[in-house]
Design a protein around this ligand. Structure first.
Ligand code: ACO
Length: 315
């Protein structure tokens, strides 16, 4: 078979991207663009779903009804985020069951951050403030991504993430202004979550194999380092405002740019976590598999219900 010459179509596609147009599911796109989106969006959807586990663990132990209601709503929102993004991924011609199968088999990546344990109630504060805070910085940029269904999903998700961040920061501020034991608990949570939250943005641009292509195609609007720096600059004053200290003796402000410069990030730890050897990788996958198996009856019932209605329509 003669190979198809796609050069004219690729040039037209890239001209549309350069002009700031949005690519929609029925538009022609290079196979590589489609594959990159499936990779990134499915990892993102998996992260939302696995991300329910560390916090779900604390719903029954929330210290008041108000906190319980907020946490319950937040965890439920994350399930919704997973749903929007899986639906977005399906517009690229993949089957959601296959993607979930990859997650359950341990062959798909999801965010490194969710492979750390939640040891105290203050971790609910640290996750909302730092993890959802980092997600907002990353996803506000993705809301302008060149692929329409992904960008549109980000708009609603970012609104919800704002509530998540606020409830987390409020938990931290309350603990930090409480008894010395409560303040210690908040500081300990910050100490454990700070560095992993910086790793959420991915490796430094020079070690990021996907960034150049994704930036060229405007899936990513900014590189990993720029977004990480933005998050650091936003978060340092927030820690100071509630009397907590970032666990980084090397942290200093660049007088000229105003940027807060951190000490070195432990990329060896990051590589361990994304290779499946983080503190909680095995537990997270086991919990997802258990939930999937125990939910089999719900999927069966939904299919039987759909089949019954389809049969009625035919009749
Ligand atoms: N956790 C797990 N894997 C990561 C992480 C991370 N924090 N950062 C990078 N990686 C992986 C990449 O997926 C890639 O692996 P692959 O090529 O096997 O797929 C590899 O490390 C190299 O990284 P990059 O080339 O920098 O990858 P990419 O250009 O896709 O950038 C990033 C990574 C920034 C995470 C990007 O994919 C992204 O913005 N994704 C959407 C947002 C997202 O997934 N958020 C999840 C957490 S937010 C939340 O759930 C609340």
């Amino acid at each position: 078979m003669t190979p198809v010459d796609d050069s004219a179509r690729i040039a037209a596609f890239e001209a549309r991207i350069a002009a700031g147009e949005t690519i929609e599911p029925k538009d022609w796109m290079p196979e590589r663009y489609r594959k990159q989106l499936v990779r990134m969006m499915s990892q993102h959807a998996h992260s939302e779903v696995v991300g329910m586990l560390p916090e779900g663990n604390w719903i029954t132990r929330a210290p008041s009804l108000r906190r319980k209601i907020s946490l319950l709503a937040k965890v439920q929102d994350e399930a919704g985020h997973g749903l929007y993004i899986y639906c977005g991924t399906e517009t690229l011609g993949v089957d959601r069951d296959d993607l979930i199968g990859q997650l359950l088999a341990g062959t798909a990546k999801y965010s490194s951050i969710f492979n750390y344990p939640t040891l105290t109630w203050a971790d609910m504060g640290a996750i909302g403030w730092l993890v959802d805070g980092a997600a907002i910085v990353n996803q506000t940029a993705l809301a302008k991504a060149s692929y329409g269904p992904y960008a549109r999903a980000m708009i609603r998700i970012c609104k919800e993430e704002n509530f998540h961040k606020r409830q987390g920061y409020e938990i931290m501020a309350t603990l930090a202004a409480g008894t010395s034991a409560q303040k210690e608990m908040a500081q300990d949570a910050l100490n454990r979550w700070w560095w992993p939250s910086l790793m959420m943005f991915g490796p430094s641009d020079k070690d990021s194999p996907n960034s150049a292509e994704l930036l060229r195609w405007k899936v990513k609007q900014k590189g990993n380092d720029e977004l990480r720096q933005r998050f650091i600059n936003l978060t340092v004053p927030q820690a100071t405002a509630i009397g907590l200290t970032l666990p980084d003796p090397a942290l200093r402000q660049n007088a000229e740019s105003g940027d807060w410069i951190t000490g070195p990030i432990d990329w060896a730890e990051f590589m361990q976590v994304i290779s499946g050897n983080g503190p909680m990788n095995r537990e997270r996958l086991a919990a997802r598999n258990k939930a999937h198996d125990e939910g089999a009856w719900v999927r069966d019932a939904a299919e039987a219900y759909a089949a019954k209605h389809a049969a009625r329509r035919v009749a």
